[in-house]
Design a binder for this molecule. Sequence first.
Ligand code: HEM
Length: 426
Amino acid sequence: MSVQAGLSFEQAPPFSLPLRFLLTAPLFLLAAAVLIAWAPESLATRWTPQALALTHALTLGFLAMAMLGALMQMLPVVAGSPLPAPRPVAWLSHVSLVLGTLSLMTGFLSANPAAFGIGIVLLGGGFAVFIAAAATSLGRAAGNVTVWGMRLAVLSLGLTLLLGLALALLRAGAWTPPAAEAALAAHAAFGLLGWVLLLVIAVAFQVVPMFQITPPYPPQLSRWLTAVLFVLLVLRAASALVRPAAAHLVDSGLAAGILLFAVVTLRLQSRRRRKLPDVTLDFWRLGMASLIACVGVWLAARLWPAAAASPLYPMLLAVLFMGGFGVSVVSGMLYKIIPFLAWFHLQAQLQARAGSIPTMKEMIAERGTRLHFRIHLATCALLVGGLLWTPLARAAGITLALSALLLWINLLSAVRRFSRHGGRFV
Ligand code: HEM
């Protein structure tokens, strides 16, 4: 199903609804950059207040923000089922996600129980509204591989949220959940590998062949991959409680699934039919290379257990997964979604003839996106280097700030073009 065929104008939410999420995300990337430049030594271990604040600026402020905006737009397209009550859902979940993420970050940085309390209420309430709306929409949708992957990703988001709320209550000193260590491991695994990775995989099945003009994913892979990964995540969480030794076996299955997805995606992209340069493709390739690097680092740590015990090991995995994979793929997607929506709404609102409005490609100048990709690539390298030598981490903070600003300016240029041609946002 092509986007044009699947998206009728009546079903699509007004441009302003997904746009507010998509334009807020780069600002949290900027906040993450400020944290790194301000306290580069916090990258040395995962438990510093700055590292935890940074993690949630990236996972909630950047990744989840962009992913909620994208889901809001994609549900009517790929699932044929729009969100119920899209205006109040967008308004409530956006405001709570912005303020809740800021409160949680403040809680980590100041260890102030009240900041955690506000974060718990806002993030709990805002996500609950969005998850209920997305679940209604996905429940009504006819199941295809993308819809199934989205269902598992949203379920993972729900589990991540519940575990995150329990951990935040612990930090605020209000409650001690049982098995807190296992809850933390499950929170991070369902958040990163369930919510983020499963959603990217589900969306990739649809958008890689469509936007990058590649052959489709092998049907066996697209039918099973997200379900197998989700079952492995559940087994991983359960084995932490009853049989920790089994966790290694489950991790091997997760690593194999991740490697398979990344290698197949790179192979499909190398066989694309139109070989024109495309910055989204570069962001995706960097994302897939980072996933392969994550598996390589994990494997090396299995072979040299001393390396796995080093505080550098989880930080290297986090930098490669969140920065190299998550930020890259989401930035690439933003460069497709916003120009597409600007073009689509102009076309539908103005009943425009071809030639009288900018094409998708003309919405954002390629010079700007290419410069952004180069700075982002340098940032990823500096972040990895910064784990070993702190001055490089400070430089990474500065280049990340440039990268976030450039992303924001590039996206705004499409929005300005949209409004200059008479487009309406609501
Ligand atoms: C939805 C996306 C989320 C992702 C991907 C995510 C990811 C993570 C990661 C990777 C860690 C660090 C774990 C480690 O180093 O082992 C973490 C810790 C934590 N997260 Fe989240 N998180 C998310 C949402 C939330 C939410 C909504 C809350 C609370 C309302 C929350 C509260 C916490 C707390 C309190 C900790 C620290 C636990 C501790 O050390 O005491 N997270 N999260």
